[in-house]
Design a protein around this ligand. Structure first.
Ligand SMILES: Nc1ncnc2c1ncn2[C@@H]1O[C@H](COP(=O)(O)OP(=O)(O)OP(=O)(O)O)[C@@H](O)[C@H]1O
Ligand SMILES: Nc1ncnc2c1ncn2[C@@H]1O[C@H](COP(=O)(O)OP(=O)(O)OP(=O)(O)O)[C@@H](O)[C@H]1O
Ligand SMILES: [Mg+2]
Ligand SMILES: [Mg+2]
Lengths: 226, 226
């Protein structure tokens, strides 16, 4: 569903240069749930942003399906992301002037698409927000905002979802619900999910775990739970 | 060091009313490390904000030391917070135009205080940021920003620190380092720390764990690790 070939991302130059990604080769299979783990600063968010076309690589290539993202115009990249990619940001990035339900349907509203009403209802249901979906982000708890961010990524049934620490701010019960829901999106709808996590229990639910250190992939585990 | 007496916080009114805190009585002893746990939306961040004087209670009282926060003018409340209270926000809340080291020393710079240079160096060291302390928040990873937020709260050696999920965005090694450091602030400098966490392993390091559900304290554990 998506892959990186020799992807490198360098910030700064000279002796303040940071090699956030260092010639990464990684492939994410359609219909699979992959977890990305690694120390703070190892390049996980950078990898997510580059794979989703939110940032450009300094070297190498990134593909969504068979499309090399560097061949796309700004406009076409925006359309590809809007129609095919769901993204859960580490800092949620919700629109402060819209309420939760408006935030959740925003990508589809922008696309002029109706989405699947039954699925949208189900997605909104799983946030467990009840009537709080009529509230704006600053009236919601941190974990509630995170659930809205997850729902927004799932609502449009994108081809692939990149989730940057989607359960970092919620209690374990809520985290388990979010994971169950994402897991169902994979098994029932063939969705592809790539998820950054610091939580080994979360990674254990994935089909595969990829380990990042200093911008390189250093290890991999297939089917981490016995 | 701080306590709440019958503290209630109500958002909204009528049938959209949310009782974020419901007549809470809780006391935080000087020189102790208390963890606060509870489901998403149970009132943890609200309790932290009210205890630290960042928000007002609708009913009941909040004390820092012997001072009832409702008796203070806006100005005196600001001074009390600046000189005596450290706060780690769930969403970091760093100043985007200042670099990491400037963010860390900001409370002291605003107070016109020099702080303790040896302690400040040590605090900056424990962030493990190295030369990245010269970078601004948007050039740092999520976990790096969180470490800056923690360092900022500790740098001025405040009387009491309220930390809202200070390790939610970092890997377990970094989380353990942050905890060690905060633990040392308690044992070596008699600091009082009140920390919200979703992580049982983190709560296990505390002297006491308080459980919140629907704005009420429902349980307590003293010395949770055998
Ligand atoms: N400004 C506000 N207006 C209305 N409701 C609010 C406001 N701020 C918080 N709430 C509500 O108060 C309740 C408690 O919120 P709080 O942020 O304290 O929860 P929390 O325990 O920190 O949750 P989390 O673990 O998800 O961070 C939630 O139901 C939230 O939606
Ligand atoms: N805009 C930028 N300019 C300079 N350096 C940057 C920039 N963005 C990220 N970095 C650096 O790139 C490295 C990788 O950052 P990244 O955000 O990908 O880490 P991460 O693995 O997501 O960390 P965390 O677990 O803390 O969220 C870090 O050292 C970070 O400081
Ligand atoms: Mg990150
Ligand atoms: Mg909170």
């Amino acid at each position: 569903a998506a892959r990186a070939v020799g992807a490198t991302k360098i910030y700064g130059a000279g002796d303040t240069e940071v090699r956030a990604l260092d010639a990464i080769d990684v492939s994410f299979e359609q219909g699979r749930f992959t977890a990305i783990m690694g120390p703070s600063g190892s390049g996980k968010s950078t990898l997510m942003h580059c794979m989703a076309g939110l940032d450009t690589v300094t070297g190498g290539q990134v593909f969504i399906g068979d499309t090399d993202l560097s061949t796309l115009s700004e406009r076409d990249l925006t359309l590809l992301r809007r129609d095919h990619v769901g993204f859960v940001f580490q800092a949620f990035n919700l629109v402060p002037t819209l309420n939760a339900i408006e935030n959740i349907t925003l990508p589809m509203d922008l696309a002029g698409a109706d989405g699947d009403p039954a699925w949208i209802d189900e997605v909104v249901d799983t946030t467990g927000l009840g009537d709080r979906v009529k509230h704006r982000p600053n009236e919601l708890s941190g974990g509630q905002q995170q659930r809205v961010a997850v729902a927004r990524a799932l609502a449009g049934k994108p081809q692939i979802i990149f989730a940057d620490e989607p359960t970092g701010n919620v209690d374990s019960n809520t985290g388990a619900e979010i994971l169950d829901f994402m897991g169902r999106a994979v098994t029932e709808m063939g969705q592809t999910i790539v998820m950054v996590t610091h939580d080994a229990a979360v990674a254990a639910r994935a089909d595969r775990v990829v380990f990042l250190v200093d911008g390189k992939i250093v290890d991999e585990l297939a089917d981490p739970t016995p």
